[in-house]
Design a protein around this ligand. Structure first.
Ligand code: HEC
Ligand code: HEC
Length: 196
């Protein structure tokens, strides 16, 4: 990522440079690829992309599925059973594997992308909306437990922001932050960040 990033693009498609994992790759091929794709670039727009996602975030989410702290309907339906038998070591290796895969760049071409960019960069503090870039990074690539959001599927982004807003997916950070986002703003943020 360059420090003199001046344009509105969110492109960061270079390999992450993080070390991969043979054990993680084998497990991903055996279990996860059906839904998330072999490299994490899932085909279905409601199955999240994992390629280039932050390793710490991936591990934290897998543990939250296993411990049932992430308990929205889709987490229960799809990920609880998958995470049930994963031990901490396998979780860490899966995190490394997906983090080392080349991320999908954001397309940033949606109709409302310019509106989304404004909220992403500046927030709207009067309504309790902090600038997203503060935690997710200027180009949306995330950091440690702050997930990469750029290049994700639009349908997943919309869904998950709605789930934070309604409280279905619990988050001390994202819950209050999305409370005052309108449907249109969620749509705008998705069209700014996504690649579909
Ligand atoms: C049957 C389909 C299916 C399989 C198999 C599956 N997943 Fe998932 N996964 C999903 C769905 C659907 C979600 C989104 C859940 C939600 O909306 O809360 C998800 C979410 C996740 C997330 C959270 C992503 C995010 O951005 O928050 C991680 C991490 C994850 N899966 C990892 C894995 C790993 C690792 C495996 C293999 C060990 C795996 N999944 C196998 C369907 C699947
Ligand atoms: C203070 C830090 C912070 C700010 C500001 C913030 N986020 Fe987040 N965001 C998080 C954390 C932490 C998570 C992981 C969920 C959790 O564990 O609470 C997250 C999760 C998400 C996810 C789910 C990603 C996934 O793969 O499931 C999306 C989408 C998201 N944030 C979008 C946004 C948008 C859009 C904004 C601006 C309106 C924003 N965030 C502002 C910290 C932040």
């Amino acid at each position: 990522m360059s420090a003199f990033w001046l344009t509105a693009t969110l492109v960061s498609a270079e390999p992450s440079g993080q070390p991969g994992s043979a054990l993680g790759a084998a497990k991903a091929a055996a279990v996860c690829q059906k839904c998330h794709g072999l490299t994490g670039d899932s085909v279905s727009p409601t199955f999240p992309r994992l390629n280039g996602q932050q390793a710490d975030y991936l591990s934290a989410q897998l543990k939250a599925f296993r411990g049932h702290q992430r308990d929205d309907t889709r987490a229960r339906t799809y990920m609880w059973i998958v995470a049930r038998d994963l031990d901490d070591k396998t979780i860490a290796e899966l995190g490394k594997h997906y983090a080392s895969q080349k991320p999908t760049p954001a397309q940033a071409g949606g109709a409302l992308a310019a509106d989304g960019e404004k909220i992403y960069l500046n927030g709207d503090l009067a309504r309790g909306i902090m600038p997203c870039q503060q935690c997710h990074g200027k180009i949306g690539d995330g950091n440690a437990v702050f997930p990469r959001v750029a290049g994700q599927h639009a349908a997943y982004l919309r869904m998950v922001m709605g789930a934070f807003r309604s409280g279905l997916r619990k988050s001390d950070v994202m819950g209050p932050l999305t409370k005052n986002l309108t449907d249109r703003e969620i749509e705008a943020l998705s069209s700014y960040l996504a690649n579909d």
